[in-house]
Design a protein around this ligand. Sequence first.
Ligand code: GLA
Length: 400
Amino acid sequence: MHLRTPSRALGYDIHMGIAVTERAKQLFLDAFDEAAEVMGSAPGRVELLGNHTDYNGGYVLTAAVDIRTAVVVRKTAGGMTRIVTELPGHQAANIDLAMGPAHLTDSNRWCGYIAGVLDHFSPPGSTWDVAVASDVPDGSGISSSAAVLVATASAVLTALDLSLTTMEIAVACRAVENGRWVGAPVGLLDQFSSACGEHGMALFLDCNTFEWKRVPLSAERLGILIVNTNVKHALADGGGYTTRRKECEAAALKLSDGRTALLRGVTEAEFNDGISDVEQPSQNRARHVWNENNRVLVGTECLINADVLGFGAMLNASHASCRGLFENTCPEIDKVQQILERTSGVFGAKLSGGGWGGSVVALVDPAMLDAIIANVVGEYGDGLTILSTYAASGAQGVKV
Ligand code: GLA
């Protein structure tokens, strides 16, 4: 068991407590025999409310968390772009950015996230040395992919002396994730959370207009508990995520008589009049997204009014809808959520992120944390990793 403060991790490999930023710098020095020039760092995130609403043009409520990826870079004078990492199972790669992703192999495909960002921001013909260290576990529902994209972008923009807003960084990173280097059909939730996160704040985003606002989420009143089932999910391989997107689009087109493929563009009258006629499973997917958008609005008001019980009820309802209507949970996720929902000191709990594995996020009474963790571990048994954390700051780029 490992514990650390102020965030605490149970069962995580925390690299003997060495900060992720220091590990990235050391890795760079070891691999390339020179010190790096700049460093970007970016956090993982929890999806508080708004499950699969983002690519439907809907609302999300999210928070960056205190667990980060660090990317250090140096612009080089030609040759190949060289990428190294400490991450197990992630092979180093020498890449010619001009050749595109076709020559990535299965073992270095993860470099596509980094190469895609380098390719997006740097002038043609640029070459880089890059080292990546991360505390954000892969496939755990807290968005390791957004953390690496946004950290790379922050480093590269600093190296190139380019200044973008955090929202512009998020939008660019989503384009990279959707584009040829990665090809995952995701929405804006993850990159937005990682780029725009703020200490002590949840973030509300309208994915249709890109308007967003901060909503206080004080760590003294509400702790964030992330319970990782260690059941892996992957979005880049399509699978359930791509299918769900198509089912939502089919429902929107049917409800709006072909006017819009975004459920957000469907009017209330169109939804109420037409939803029973939408074929299954699109009908259930659309009901989930429709209700989930309302839960984001109601839950955000609860948070603003310090109504933690009301907020928690929205989380529990969100999860029930994932399980029953959107069908993007799995037995391990449901078991953890059910244990949390009935544990005293837990206000609410739900699946965080794409689904079919990964983590459950719970909002908890910080004073009862130890008892809550003991209860979850006692009832579930082995196999969980647990992180107690808080709403943390977003991406940063610095010269080192
Ligand atoms: C993943 C995607 C996000 C979002 C969530 C589900 O995390 O990357 O864009 O769709 O799933 O809400």
